[in-house]
Design a protein around this ligand. Structure first.
Ligand SMILES: [Zn+2]
Length: 581
């Protein structure tokens, strides 16, 4: 971002005014004082200097300027903090200036945002009308009647009710469709959520961005839950249900941890029981974006998923993502078939609190999970379990931790610690860069070029261009799949994260590597073109080598003509500085 522009933004922002929105400040001399919003205290040790436009806390030593303040208090990344400040200062963010496409998108977002707000308010009003008896009865049965207001729960009164209402507010059915509320059948539009209990999904800025709809009739052929589809406002992989409420809590008091549940009802019922640090992931597998989002709020996460075996593998994969961003993860043990809501109903808040205290680390959870898959009373099952458990433990970098978990395996299997250590030594973690760095070989150069080109395409770098058709020159399945996904993303405007979720499991690691590719300064159009050139040339050379050998062996005239073609292409490439059609 432009330095001058940032300076202007900071000059237009008054830190005292900004902080006053969150903290009651009192003037003393040249500074303003208040209770620190970043640590818990009763006597003010948080000071804001009006002259210097910086803040400092004598208690927890937090300090910074307007941008760091917004970042921390709103739990957002720098770019979003800057956007918020720019909005307040009525300064357009430079990248938007003159960019018609971005401006159109911004207008569209605002328009759909207003539509969603109207819809949520209206669904909420509906829940108190006679037509919504089923919804109230359901809330009563789940014992969440007192949560209807807090979560803004509502009801869809049927086919067209919301559509007619929103039309009176000046919105078109096409807009409703774009917002994910309406669907079209021929010329008519209908409410996709008809006759469902409506759960608004609200982002941390207080905007309704989507809905979850719970079907109330039993034995319906339709799915119990229906979520909004992806819209310009809503990307499921970047959202956590109820994070808006957790954010408010964080602004009020210290936030030590967040409990992550699978579904809306678990979250609502935990809130009702007094746990106000709960969110729902709205799906079993957490995404990298969700993990990063959580990391902005606190460092400790309790995972409180249902206690059934379904989706265990997906669950585990999601949890590794949390650890990969540096979160401290605990898994709440839930007996088979139980969900958090059941525990609250049967044992109350105290019962659930006891479970939180019993939450185990991710590694223990994995070991226990493995143990449940083998029959440990059988010598064969026992040894297989030990081998698999040791693999999990071997992945930990800390020897003290390794010992801790080997002890657990020792307790479960009866194998001596010496044997388990030996097993750990035997198991070699497949390493990618274990060998000392060799001279980059031709193959390495090709790999590096391919990765760079694919990563640039996937990340839609400004210099990346699909017109250089590299596909015929890609040799591996990995690479062809990554290209296919990149093209699909580009055409369909998918987000990076949803693309990652779309990848075939076999290629997910490779694609994830490309998504997180470390670009360096100097990555530009020239490098991109050079890499494309290298890929084409190397692939032609390999092909040429094969054909030469084949011709030697067969003296087949057709092969010779293919060989000539390739040689012609290669010469053409050298002459034209690289580009062949
Ligand atoms: Zn402080």
């Amino acid at each position: 971002m432009d330095r001058d522009w940032l300076d202007e933004l900071l000059a237009k922002t008054d830190l005292v005014q900004l902080v006053s929105k969150y903290v009651q400040l009192t003037k003393k001399g040249n500074s303003y004082w208040g209770c620190c919003p970043f640590h818990h205290e009763k006597t003010p040790s948080f000071s804001v200097s009006a002259d210097k436009q910086v803040y400092y806390c004598f208690g927890c030593k937090e300090s910074g300027n307007a941008i760091t303040f917004v970042k921390k208090i709103e739990s957002v990344e720098s770019a979003d903090a800057i956007k918020l400040l720019a909005e307040a200062a009525h300064m357009p963010v430079p990248e938007y200036k003159g960019d018609k496409k971005s401006a159109d998108l911004k207008n569209k977002r605002e328009r759909l945002s207003a539509l969603m707000r109207e819809a949520a308010l209206h669904y909420h009003e509906n829940i108190y009308t006679p037509g919504a008896k089923a919804a109230l009865a359901y809330a009563e049965e789940r014992q969440i009647t007192s949560m209807i207001k807090k979560f803004g729960l509502g009801y869809s009164l049927g086919n067209r009710e919301i559509i007619d209402y929103l039309e009176t507010k000046g919105f078109t059915p096409a807009e409703m469709k774009e917002a994910g509320i309406a669907e079209q059948s021929g010329d008519t539009y209908y409410d996709v959520f008809m006759n469902r209990l409506m759960i608004p999904i609200i982002n941390p800025y207080g905007n309704v961005i989507a809905f979850g709809g719970r079907l109330l009739e039993k034995d319906s052929k339709f799915a119990k839950y229906r979520n909004s589809c992806q819209t310009v406002l809503f990307d499921k992989s970047k959202v956590l249900f109820a994070l808006n409420l957790v954010k408010k809590k964080k602004q009020r008091e210290h936030l030590d941890s967040i409990i992550v549940t699978e579904g809306y009802m678990d979250t609502i019922s935990l809130f009702k029981a007094g746990f106000d640090n709960v969110v729902a992931s709205m799906g079993t597998s957490l995404t990298l974006d969700q993990a990063k989002l959580l990391k902005n709020y606190c460092n400790k996460i309790y995972i409180s998923y249902d206690g059934d075996g379904a989706g265990q593998k997906a669950t585990l994969r999601g949890l590794d993502i949390l650890e990969s961003v540096g979160l401290n993860v605990r898994v709440v043990p839930l007996a088979g078939g139980m969900d958090p809501d059941d525990v609250i109903k049967r044992e109350g808040a105290a019962g659930y609190k006891a479970l939180l205290d019993k939450a185990v680390t991710l590694t223990t959870f994995k070991i226990n999970n493995l143990a449940s898959q083998y029959d440990l009373s059988d010598p064969d099952g026992n040894s297989k379990f030990a081998v698999e458990a040791v693999k999990v433990i071997k992945k930990l970098d800390n020897p003290v931790e390794q010992e801790e978990y080997l002890m657990q395996v020792h307790n479960l299997t009866g194998y001596s610690m010496a044997v388990l250590y030996k097993q750990a030594e035997l198991y070699e973690e497949p390493k990618i860069e274990s060998e000392p760095k060799r001279e980059p070989s031709r193959r390495d150069a090709l790999t590096a070029a391919t990765d760079f080109v694919l990563a640039s395409l996937i990340n839609e770098k400004p210099y990346a261009d699909f017109n250089f058709d590299v596909v015929p020159y890609l040799t591996g399945d990995n690479e062809r799949e990554a290209y296919r996904l990149a093209l699909e993303k580009y055409k369909m405007k998918y987000s990076l994260q949803s693309l990652f979720n779309r990848a075939d499991e076999r290629y997910a690691d490779y694609v994830s590597g490309l998504v997180n590719y470390d670009f360096v300064p100097g990555d530009d159009r020239k490098k991109f073109e050079e890499c494309v050139y290298l890929i084409k040339r190397r692939s032609l050379e390999v092909e040429k080598g094969k054909l030469e050998a084949e011709y030697e062996a067969t003296k087949n005239i057709e092969i010779l003509s293919k060989l000539k073609d390739i040689e012609k292409k290669l010469t053409q490439m050298r002459k034209s500085g690289g580009f062949i059609s």
